[in-house]
Design a binder for this molecule. Sequence first.
Ligand SMILES: Nc1ncnc2c1ncn2[C@@H]1O[C@H](COP(=O)(O)OP(=O)(O)OP(=O)(O)O)[C@@H](O)[C@H]1O
Ligand SMILES: [Mg+2]
Length: 269
Amino acid sequence: MATTFCLINQKGGCGKSSTCFHLAGAFAELGLKVLLLDMDPQGSLSQVFLGPEYVESLNNKQTMAMLFDECSFFDSHDRLFNPTKVTGITICPANQTLARFNVPEPENTGMSQFAVRDFVEQQSGFDIVLIDCPPNLYRCSWTAMVAADYVIIPVPPEDFGTQGLRAVHQCIQQARRLNPGLRRLGHLVTRCDSRLLVHQLYERKLREMYKEIVLDTVIPEASAFKVALTRRSPVQLNEPQSKAAKLTLCLAHEILERIDVNERKQRIA
Ligand SMILES: Nc1ncnc2c1ncn2[C@@H]1O[C@H](COP(=O)(O)OP(=O)(O)OP(=O)(O)O)[C@@H](O)[C@H]1O
Ligand SMILES: [Mg+2]
């Protein structure tokens, strides 16, 4: 069985899709088989892997919208799986067809709350599933949390933003009613400029507040990430010797270590 992570934050532009993209590259570099689920109707992750024209042309039986569409319940999921040019990475894409299903108050949507979980449970042959979520806590993010083993919360150290984070934590708590095994892998400090005092202070505050639920690895604001995105190639492949690539690999190792420690703890309990 694969380990499933969702990247959640209702703050836009905090690096959810970018982290999914580069982290998938690092996991693939380690020889792991990665399945990416794009649960964001903006389809950013899908577009960077598959190209905007192709992604925009997909109908709702070829995107993650299919999981919520009653007319598609009995259809095969085969057409959802798109190989990418990176060996070891497969993506199930999203586009605007997902938008009409991304409703608020998702806890009132009955059994379809388990749609992504059921889908993930049917998959084999993958080591890691990464779910990219939109900048809200509606149905797409909710069903991702119901499906996931772990939540990763990318946080840029810009403003204090604890109110936004509080809503994320409340939502995780609520999702645990349906998915008691859901754990917070951690906040991931992203887009950090360590030369800025305000970033240093924010990071320190975050670590004081959330202690071990903050990943040690910090992802800096770096042009190598942007350049790699433009070339549609994760930084690991595009510029393997860059600091950005090395830190992304550190992040992949830290994540694997954290899930390993958790699994050992569970076995002891
Ligand atoms: N560490 C980084 N260094 C430089 N640029 C970054 C970094 N992380 C993200 N970006 C850039 O910031 C922009 C927003 O990032 P991204 O799309 O990953 O955020 P997001 O959280 O997925 O946004 P949304 O909430 O809209 O889905 C992108 O143009 C991306 O290239
Ligand atoms: Mg995004």
